[in-house]
Design a protein around this ligand. Structure first.
Ligand SMILES: O=c1ccn([C@H]2C[C@H](O)[C@@H](CO)O2)c(=O)[nH]1
Ligand SMILES: [Zn+2]
Length: 134
């Protein structure tokens, strides 16, 4: 699937969002190395801290389906500039995706900002940071 098709997939995924509190819909499309596409949308909750972002929905869907290697995520929202992923999603992406994986941030006008997982969160907390002194 091309980048242009992936953007359209993320736009379609956005329509599935459940956002009664923020009314801010976000969509994500994650392409696996073997060419499959997993969709995500944000899903909110009356207990606000339980809201799950589109990026994590897509990644957890792919991971739970047994897919482990990804080469592109597209994220879209109805924003003036390409949408900016939150810190929690940057952290989760840095755990489960390669640092050089491409991430395309966009909006409904299809203005594109291209970045990578590593560039989104330099200095991410990683498993080797769990090493204790004794
Ligand atoms: O990159 C982003 C930014 C925000 N949200 C969601 C979380 C919440 O449901 C709403 C407002 O923050 O948008 C995402 O899904 N992805
Ligand atoms: Zn997020």
């Amino acid at each position: 699937m091309t980048v242009e098709q992936m953007i359209d997939e993320a736009i379609k995924a956005r329509e599935m969002a459940y956002t009664p509190y923020s009314e801010f819909k976000v969509g994500a499309a994650l392409r696996t190395k073997d060419g499959e596409v997993y969709h995500g949308c944000n899903i909110e909750n009356a207990a606000y801290s339980m809201c799950n972002c589109a990026e994590r929905t897509a990644l957890f869907h792919a991971y739970a389906s047994g897919k482990r290697v990804y080469d592109l995520m597209v994220v879209v929202a109805d924003t003036e500039r390409p949408v900016s992923p939150c810190g929690a999603c940057r952290q989760v992406l840095s755990e489960l995706c390669e640092p050089d994986m491409k991430v395309i941030l966009t909006n409904l006008q299809k203005e594109v900002q291209e970045t990578t997982v590593g560039a989104l969160l330099p200095g991410a907390f990683q498993s080797d940071d769990l090493t204790k002194t004794k």
